[in-house]
Design a protein around this ligand. Structure first.
Ligand code: APR
Ligand code: PHB
Length: 385
């Protein structure tokens, strides 16, 4: 039984199916809403491989945009981090909602039991061998219950005595989707005295951009003109960068936090993705971590059903957390290096500038950024070499 039809729940259901293990997916929202939700868009090398393994990569391989590097911009100058040269890997830019659409289509094509608009899911008997999920007046027994119900879901509340680690940030991201061709071939992570800005994209005709704003900001205070003007100011370079504008298709504010709840399991309940951990979006790790969790879970459950092993399920939290904490550190590090801290002082400003200078001048530091960004290996330690 899987609660939540985000990338985590849907992909797990698909990966289990490929091993002959069937599941029911229960989702609170309707299908159109889940498919339209604009979220992240950067796939690590291994995430793209996992989607290929899941057999849902046809559209990603045709429409996704492989990027061999990214730009760090500060003090009105551009600095490229060359992923391909530093790590031999690349990322793929492809919207999360496109992955969700591809997964839903694949699951229905295979005749899967995916139910939308189920808004009264409750979990029972999780410490027994036959946990139950009740929803819509029905009671369904299962071997395992997977909580893939995101940060606001119900499954995390069933952990008996969780440890929670949390950091909030005094800023948020105002995100826009614009009908305009990207102004750069690659992503641009920009530090400016007014705050962070990010240039990203969804296709050759759609740009996705973000601005750091105060945590308490009201979206009503940001007219389209004000957004373009601020993006232009922050992204300006001495060599004349030009930003292509266009009509806005979406505009929203996302709070930033780091959050880890552990253990990620309780009896027959296993939780994955945003239900267990949140990272600030600066390293583009949220969806990649969710996918790494369910890749691990699909292997642990495969071991349980195919080989009668329960050690992989027992080790789930410990194995998953190593990657979760690595990504939590990387996301925090990228965030502090690239944002201006409204509560900070001149000292922390200088530290962030020194760090950016070092990352862009030192091959060792650039390699560290590149290997974290393109995604560390799933197995055999953290090194590709
Ligand atoms: N019952 C059923 N479904 C639920 C419930 C509930 N009580 N609570 C939440 N859900 C659903 C949500 O509607 C959502 O569709 O669970 C799903 C969780 O999906 P996501 O929030 O996308 O989380 P996850 O699959 O872990 O993916 C993580 O999403 O938030 C982004 O940046 C994050 O990219 C990352 C990714
Ligand atoms: C996005 O394209 O939405 C995006 C890209 C990079 C990030 C976060 C979001 O770090």
């Amino acid at each position: 039984m899987i609660v939540g039809a985000g990338p985590a729940g849907l992909l797990l259901s698909q990966l289990l199916h490929l091993q002959g293990i069937e599941s029911v997916v229960l989702e609170r929202c309707d299908r159109a809403y889940v498919e339209a939700r604009v979220r992240a868009g950067v796939l690590e090398h291994g995430t793209a491989e996992t989607l290929r393994e899941a057999g849902i990569s046809t559209r990603m391989d045709a429409e996704g945009m492989p990027h061999d590097g990214t730009e760090l911009r500060f003090a009105r100058a551009r600095h490229r981090i060359d992923f391909a040269t530093l790590t031999g890997r690349h990322i793929v830019v492809y919207g999360q909602q496109e992955i969700v659409k591809d997964l839903i289509a694949a699951r229905f094509h295979a005749g899967a039991d995916v139910r939308f608009e189920v808004d009264d899911v409750a979990l029972h008997d999780l410490d027994s061998d036959r946990p139950r999920v009740t929803a819509g007046g029905e009671s369904i027994e299962a071997d395992f219950v997977i909580g893939a119900d995101g940060f606001h879901g119900i499954s995390r509340d069933h952990l008996a005595d969780p440890s929670v680690y949390e950091r909030t940030y005094p800023f948020a991201w105002l995100g826009i989707l614009a009908e305009a061709p990207p102004s750069s071939r690659e992503l641009i992570y920009c530090r400016h005295e007014n705050g962070f800005a990010l240039h990203s994209m969804r296709s050759p005709s759609i740009t996705r951009m973000y601005l750091q704003v105060p945590a308490t900001e009201d979206i009503g205070d940001w007219s389209d003109d004000r957004i373009w003007s601020e993006l232009t100011t922050r992204l300006a370079t001495d060599d004349g960068f030009e930003l292509t504008e266009g009509p806005l298709l979406d505009k929203s504010i996302t709070p930033m936090r780091s959050f880890v709840a552990t253990p990620m399991q309780q009896g027959r309940l296993l939780i994955a993705g945003d239900a267990a951990h949140i990272v600030p979006p600066t390293g583009a790790k949220g969806m990649n971590l969710a996918i790494a969790d369910v890749r691990l879970l699909s292997r642990a459950l495969g071991g349980y059903y195919q080989d009668g092993r329960d050690d992989l399920v027992a080790a789930y939290t410990e194995t998953a957390l190593r990657r979760v904490w690595r990504a939590t550190h990387f996301s925090w590090w990228m965030t502090t290096m690239l944002h201006t801290d409204p509560d900070g002082d001149a000292f922390s400003e200088q530290l962030a500038n020194a760090q950016l200078d070092y990352v862009t001048a030192s091959t060792a530091m650039a390699t560290s950024l590149a290997e974290n960004y393109t995604g560390l290996p799933y197995e055999q330690g953290w090194s590709y070499r």
